[in-house]
Design a protein around this ligand. Structure first.
Ligand code: SF4
Length: 285
């Protein structure tokens, strides 16, 4: 493959040594290379958090946005130029707390993009507050006596909100995660990938070893990803294992397929030099 370093930047990531974000970043690059994409064909939007810095360190179009707003930005990118491969990403705090409303509606809207959530159960950038996916009992700076709330189950939320590609990966297996991301990009419509991400600094008990002892591949178990009920059963299984892989894959048409304005060419290519927008502007004042 020609120029396998084309997605590298000169700047080096500033994540803590051993952070799971390195594995996710590698997996994204592997996926883009495996699909033979070029930097100008891809855009990544991110929210706020350690994970939000990814657009700085992958050589594609990037937009580092506001907390919880990666999905609206990604939606705008895709609708403005639906020929771009669009990846939205952020952390579990960003996506499942500040951005939860956007997440649910992105699942049912089905705009063709891939949403990758770095799920480490903690707000790392702000030095260790429990997040919506933090375990019950997790002692953090905001829960010194242990969290008393139940953690969210994002995969179940996505499946029940109508998402057509719902998967889970592990930051310690960037080979398999890269394949999942590549599958997500190729899927037409909204692809959601929750990634079990190690935060060595603020959630060290969920270490690489801890995950390696628990993750197992759904595919090896003969899971049928076309069955929504079976997908939910796989999410809620209670045998101490953490399945990774594709839980659910549907085939609903992508949002853009219902927009005739996009049929001919991307909106950014529409010639608007002779369009008089003054009446429209006057209407708004
Ligand atoms: Fe990674 Fe946690 Fe360090 Fe943030 S605080 S860079 S998530 S290890």
């Amino acid at each position: 493959m020609e120029n396998a370093t084309r997605f590298n930047t000169k700047a080096k990531p500033t994540w803590c040594p051993g952070c799971g974000n390195f594995g996710i970043q590698n997996a994204i690059k592997k996926a883009l290379l495996s699909l033979d994409l070029q930097p100008h064909e891809v855009a990544i939007s991110s929210g706020i958090g350690c994970s939000g810095k990814i657009p700085h360190w992958i050589n594609v179009y990037g937009f580092h946005g506001l907390h919880g707003r990666t999905l609206p930005v990604a939606t705008g990118l895709k609708l403005a130029n639906h020929k771009l491969v669009v990846i939205a990403e952020g952390g579990d705090g960003d996506g499942y707390s500040e951005g939860m409303g956007h997440f649910i509606h992105a699942c049912r809207r089905n705009v063709d993009m891939t949403y990758i959530v770095h799920n480490n159960g903690v707000y790392g950038l702000t030095t260790g507050q429990v997040s919506p996916t933090g375990d019950r009992g997790f002692a953090s700076s905001t829960t010194p006596h242990g969290a008393i709330e139940w953690p969210l189950q994002p995969l179940a939320l996505a499946i029940s909100a109508g998402a057509n590609f719902v998967a889970r990966g592990f930051s310690g297996d960037s080979e398999r995660l890269g394949k999942l991301i590549s599958e997500g990009i190729q899927h037409r419509g909204f692809s959601f990938i929750d990634v079990l991400q190690v935060c060595v600094s603020f959630n060290p008990s969920k270490s690489y070893k801890w995950y390696q002892q628990r993750v197992g591949n759904l595919e090896d178990e003969g899971h049928d990803p076309t069955d929504r009920t079976k997908a939910l059963e796989a999410v809620f299984r209670d045998d101490g294992r953490l399945p990774i892989g594709v839980f659910y894959r549907g085939s609903e048409p992508a949002h853009e397929e219902g927009l005739p304005q996009l049929a001919a060419e991307p909106l950014v290519k529409h010639d608007i030099t002779d369009v008089d927008i003054r009446p429209l502007m006057e209407e708004q004042v």
